[in-house]
Design a protein around this ligand. Structure first.
Ligand code: ADP
Ligand code: ASP
Ligand code: MG
Length: 478
């Protein structure tokens, strides 16, 4: 990968703070400390910010309560959120910019209350309406963080990403239109950077060409950060979160998970795709082309090196890297003797699934061609089932397809590492480990890149499976 020479002499750093990193007055002070320490080291800094942790979930709850005409519940949530934000600014700000920020917060919550009142009357909300509600947490926090930086003597300006990230209208999971987005980023952010002002940009949100607010999917602030990093060709991205870096397993499942010091882009992509929540699965893609290094560090422990992800990172070649898991999944099996040798069954199966906008996370087909098995998120289960029954109505009535079997509450566990390529016997070791624990493996798939082996297990076995695999193949491993 050839790194393009940039015209710019000064180096730019983009820092993204996740929900816990900006979830309280204390956390915002810690985050600001990182900005203060780095301020003089870089020619320009951009901040991308999430909502306070838990706020997006509360906003979703709020809209659900409105749909169910539960005025008391949504009003209670709105009051609670308003108080939470007002308390944070009271702890952080001095009178000069306290009043202005308080007024902004109060106005936003009045608007939310009015919005929920009308949803409550109609009893339904569109995906577009959900995006308007869900975007509030980021919009509040960008104002708060920017006001705090200013109070600390750092020039800064809150920037609403609805004016920067232009997307399609696939609400709740919108895709950026990169050419337009990059043009906006250059128009709006570069003058600020040149004037020594730190833009504090809302993560997670964008807008359509018509200016309607969209969101990029849950956890999408990481993705916002790398989209902006790509457009501005920044020199580095720091993703500041609540753990010491990308780890060999989710530390909330595996106590002795270890920080991985270096990762290649493709290994990180695989990890994020297969459930390492520390980065949104789409985060890596925009920064690969321009080879922008990404560091993952702990806001509350910034002196630790964390994880560095770049094209130069080969430290782990030859080893297994991590064990990840994805929960809340359903496995579908389309099965029947009549499928044997019939062309087009797979295409029709996945065509039907795609029309439901459901993403298929894993596929396995037996070589006899008598069954196709795939895994989708459980919240798409009902739609996928209906679509398949419609698609194969004729074959099912003829007995060529026996029916559609569904296993709910399954978990995909993935062992990841480029070392798998050169190392025979990895699968044997994985299956022996699970066999010893009497854990039943429901289905298996190996990534074509040979970077990963994924297996489906029942939810009840998932935690033990991750812990045992981590111990056997990562800690004791190769
Ligand atoms: P943020 O709000 O900063 O974006 P997230 O909660 O989205 O943070 O992601 C950080 C969390 O990801 C950690 O607290 C951890 O529980 C979880 N996680 C899952 N897998 C991993 C992993 N392999 N390495 C580090 N953290 C992980
Ligand atoms: N606040 C959003 C969410 O909770 C985006 C993010 O945190 O990255 O999904
Ligand atoms: Mg996150």
């Amino acid at each position: 990968m050839v790194k393009q020479e940039k015209q710019r002499e000064k180096k730019w750093l983009l820092v993204k703070f996740g929900g816990t990193s900006v979830g309280s007055a204390h956390a915002i002070q810690q985050a600001c400390q990182i900005i203060q320490t780095q301020h003089d080291q870089w020619g320009g800094m951009i901040v991308v910010i999430s909502a306070m942790s838990g706020v997006t979930n509360h906003l979703i709850e709020c809209s659900r309560a409105a749909i169910h005409h539960d005025t008391d519940l949504y009003s209670k949530i709105i009051n609670g959120l308003q108080e939470q934000h007002l308390n944070v600014v009271k702890d952080l700000l001095r009178t000069s910019n306290l009043d202005e920020t308080e007024l902004f917060i109060q106005h936003q919550f009045q608007t939310l209350q009015a919005f929920c009142d009308s949803v409550q009357v109609i009893g339904e909300i569109t995906a577009r309406g959900m995006d308007t509600i869900c975007s509030l947490g980021e919009r509040l926090n960008a104002q708060i963080f920017s006001a705090y930086l200013q109070a600390e003597g750092i020039s800064s300006k809150a920037v609403d990403a609805a004016n920067l990230i232009i997307t399609d209208d696939n609400h709740q999971n919108a895709r950026p239109l990169m050419a337009e987005t990059c043009q906006k980023c250059k128009e709006l952010l570069v003058p600020l950077l040149n004037d020594g002002i730190i833009p504090v940009v809302t993560g997670f949100i964008g807008s359509t060409r018509q200016g309607v607010i969209t969101t990029l999917g849950r956890g999408g602030s990481d993705y916002s950060a790398s989209i902006i990093a790509d457009c501005l060709e920044v020199d580095e991205v720091w993703n500041c979160t609540d753990v010491d870096g990308v780890m060999t397993a989710d530390p909330s499942i595996v106590e002795d998970a270890r920080v991985i010091p270096e990762l290649a882009y493709d290994e990180m992509s695989e990890m994020a795709y297969f459930g390492a929540k520390v980065l949104h699965p789409k985060t890596i893609q925009p920064i690969i082309e321009k080879d922008i290094p990404l560091r993952v560090i702990n806001t509350f422990n910034p002196e630790q090196a964390g994880t560095r992800i770049s094209s130069q990172s080969h430290a782990l070649r030859g080893k297994l890297t991590a064990v990840t898991s994805i929960q809340n999944l359903s496995q579908f099996t389309v099965e029947g003797r009549g499928m044997l040798g019939v062309p087009g069954i797979a295409a029709r199966t996945f065509g039907a699934v795609a029309r439901q906008n459901a993403s298929v996370l894993m596929i396995s087909q037996s070589s006899s061609e008598q069954s196709i098995c795939f895994v989708v998120p459980s919240d798409t289960e009902e739609n996928v089932q209906r679509a398949l029954l419609d698609e194969f109505e004729h074959e099912i009535s003829q007995g060529d397809i026996n029916g559609i079997q569904i296993l709910n509450d399954v978990v995909i566990i993935t062992v990841i590492g480029s070392g798998m390529r050169q190392t025979p016997g990895v699968s044997a070791r994985i299956f022996n480990t699970l066999g010893r624990q009497q854990i039943n493996v429901i289905s298996i798939a190996q990534g074509s890149s040979e970077y990963s082996i994924s297996l489906v297990v029942d939810k009840k076995d998932a935690k033990l499976a991750v812990q045992q695999l981590h111990q056997e193949v990562i800690i004791n491993g190769y």
